[in-house]
Unconditional design. Structure first.
Length: 360
């Protein structure tokens, strides 16, 4: 049987080259049509979100999370803006679906395994769109609920940026000016945040502890600024988070690992300053007692570095009751420890005692 070549394709030596060019052209066409399909899909979702038909708006919300992270920044922001508008939809079923979609997207942005190229950018866009686009009380209420539910469902993903993304959520709460009122959901969410940070603070892994401490600091800064607005509920919220964090630190102060306890005292001192600014005298006194007690116990630690650092910190948070414990370490065999104790006593009493010339 004789083969008849396709018209336009020669079976000469130029044939393979023409065939390769044709295949390349088809491949490029396939790629461009895929990009066009994605663009069309994006337009379809936006058209659905703005449709007069409530059913079409609900269906568009169902498709919105699919592949959202793969879209260009401008397109993603356009879709998120469309989502935010539906939080205030006149149809309660559409608005409810929008709230659930927002919650799904927040969770997707927090998950370590989501496959997002940059979850922090994604979350920032989502929070900005929500904070800037909402006008009605009902819309804000749905956004707040989505934020609270997302935090309450959080588990420690174990990736190094998890705490940074969690703090983005906390900033989102502040940006939305979430009002506590008679609703306990924010308190439950803050307990969850403290639990996650507390797990990191109690870790024997120094990097994990550092991440947890940094996360707590950012969260505290967010809520301390938030509380300064003069709103009674905002102040109560900041106090609540401060109390939760104090409980986390007190637990870490009882750790069997001296390094965990030392890191907890560092954070404890920062919390004392904040508690005093909030005029939370009773809470500050309780935390100070716990910090001082732990530091005094660590003056007998087997590590000279721990003993020296404990003495140094006692000079910052201790009182005259701590002087007897510090005096015992003036004769420490490690020179750094005895010098640190002498300096601590000077800070407390105003007089620096003599240090025995022994050890290194």
């Amino acid at each position: 049987m004789q083969l008849t070549p396709c018209r336009g394709l020669s079976m000469t030596s130029r044939g393979p080259r023409k065939l390769a060019k044709l295949l390349l052209a088809l491949f490029v066409l396939a790629l461009s049509s895929g990009a066009l399909a994605q663009q069309t899909h994006s337009r379809d979702i936006l058209a659905g979100l703005s449709s007069e038909n409530p059913l079409a708006r609900r269906e568009a919300l169902q498709f919105l999370p699919v592949g959202l992270e793969a879209r260009p920044d401008f397109e993603r922001r356009e879709l998120l803006s469309g989502l935010v508008k539906t939080l205030e939809d006149k149809d309660s079923e559409v608005a409810g679906a929008a709230g659930r979609t927002l919650e799904l997207l927040l969770g997707q942005g927090l998950a370590a395994s989501s496959g997002l190229r940059d979850p922090s950018v994604y979350l920032t866009d989502l929070i900005n769109a929500t904070a800037l686009g909402l006008e009605s009380f009902s819309g804000r209420d749905r956004a707040e609920t989505a934020l609270m539910n997302t935090i309450e469902k959080l588990e420690d993903e174990g990736d190094r940026d998890a705490y940074r993304r969690l703090n983005l959520l906390l900033r989102g709460i502040a940006r939305l000016n979430v009002s506590l009122g008679a609703d306990d959901s924010l308190e439950d969410a803050l307990e969850k945040v403290a639990e996650i940070f507390g797990k990191a603070l109690n870790s024997y892994n120094s990097r994990e502890r550092d991440r947890g401490m940094q996360g707590i600091r950012v969260a505290l800064d967010t809520f301390m600024d938030y509380a300064g607005e003069g709103n009674l509920w905002n102040r109560k919220r900041a106090e609540k988070f401060l109390e939760e964090t104090m409980a986390v630190i007190e637990k870490a102060l009882g750790s069997a690992n001296s390094r965990v306890r030392l890191d907890a005292t560092k954070l404890g001192r920062e919390l004392l300053d904040r508690a005093q600014r909030m005029k939370m005298t009773r809470s500050a006194d309780r935390l100070r007692r716990e910090v001082v007690k732990s530091l005094e116990e660590m003056l007998a630690d087997s590590s000279p570095e721990v003993r020296a650092e404990s003495a140094e910190k006692l000079g910052l948070v201790g009182g005259k009751d701590s002087v007897p414990a510090l005096e015992k370490t003036l004769a420490d065999k490690d020179r750094k420890v005895s010098e640190a104790s002498a300096e601590a006593i000077k800070k407390i009493t105003g007089k620096k005692p003599e240090v025995e010339k022994r050890g290194r």
